[in-house]
Design a protein around this ligand. Structure first.
Ligand code: JBK
Length: 242
């Protein structure tokens, strides 16, 4: 999978050299190219922002550097890349979306700063190809860089070969729509907290049943909206009566 990132802070993406993703890069499973947007600003101060049309607070990213940077990335692509702009105004990123995006041969991330990017950049590339605005959640970040790192990690680890043991991919939170059950290791007792005896019983069916129950209970307590109406134990009649 090829990944291109356009940003005014290339240093954020040094983090992709670490651990699992760094190894995947070394092994050629993912090919990451980070581009400094300021290399496409040609005035003395390498300006990438300007005041908003119509007035108001903050600054907006100018279209010309984005056009030059993205044209360069697209010209090099052997696929039909999907361009993702991390944005609080986008559709919410989920594990389902990560699975879908892991199938793409080429993803391009455009990291905006300030109050955002001139709308005509989205319009131009949506007219020429595929563009998605994607949010990692309902909170305010200073720009798209941290959101891109989160998405790249979630996507890249689903690329075949990146995670050594593929079984560890299916047992995790969200892969079955539930939160993960609690995990324990040795010692069996620590500061008078004990590992639940069922996990030491050797009874694999009982262990699987306990984990399933813990997953459902945890999900019901913390994230009830992830459960279906049936799993929440609500009847149709009760809903109709509400
Ligand atoms: C947020 O992807 N996001 O969620 C995101 C990107 C850029 C700025 C933001 O405030 N939330």
């Amino acid at each position: 999978m090829r990944l291109d990132v356009v940003t005014i802070f290339p240093g954020y993406f040094d983090a992709l050299e670490l651990s699992l993703l760094g190894k995947a890069k070394q092994r050629g499973l993912i090919d990451v190219h980070v581009h400094d947007l300021r290399d496409h600003a040609h005035d003395k101060h390498r300006t990438v922002d300007d005041t908003p049309a119509g007035g108001g607070a903050g600054m907006v990213m100018k279209p010309e550097p984005w056009g030059e940077a993205l044209d360069g990335v697209l010209a090099e692509s052997e696929a039909e890349p999907l361009i993702i702009f991390p944005s609080p105004a986008g559709e919410v990123f989920t594990q389902r979306m990560a699975r879908e995006l892991a199938e793409e041969p080429h993803l391009v991330f455009g990291c905006g700063r300030y109050e955002g990017i001139d709308q005509r950049v989205f319009d131009e590339y949506a007219a020429r190809g595929r563009v998605r605005l994607v949010s990692i959640g309902d909170y305010i970040l200073n720009g798209g860089e941290v959101a891109t790192i989160a998405m790249v990690e979630a996507i890249a680890r689903l690329v075949p070969g990146v995670v050594g043991n593929p079984e560890s991919l299916v047992e995790e939170s969200h892969e079955d729509g539930l939160l993960e059950y609690p995990s324990y290791t040795k010692p069996a007792s620590w500061r008078s907290h004990d590992v639940p005896p069922v996990l030491l019983s050797g009874n694999h069916a009982a262990i699987a049943a306990w984990r399933e129950e813990q997953s459902i209970e945890r999900t019901r307590r913390v994230r009830p909206e992830l459960l279906s109406r049936e799993q929440r134990g609500e009847s149709r009649a009760r809903h109709a009566a509400e």
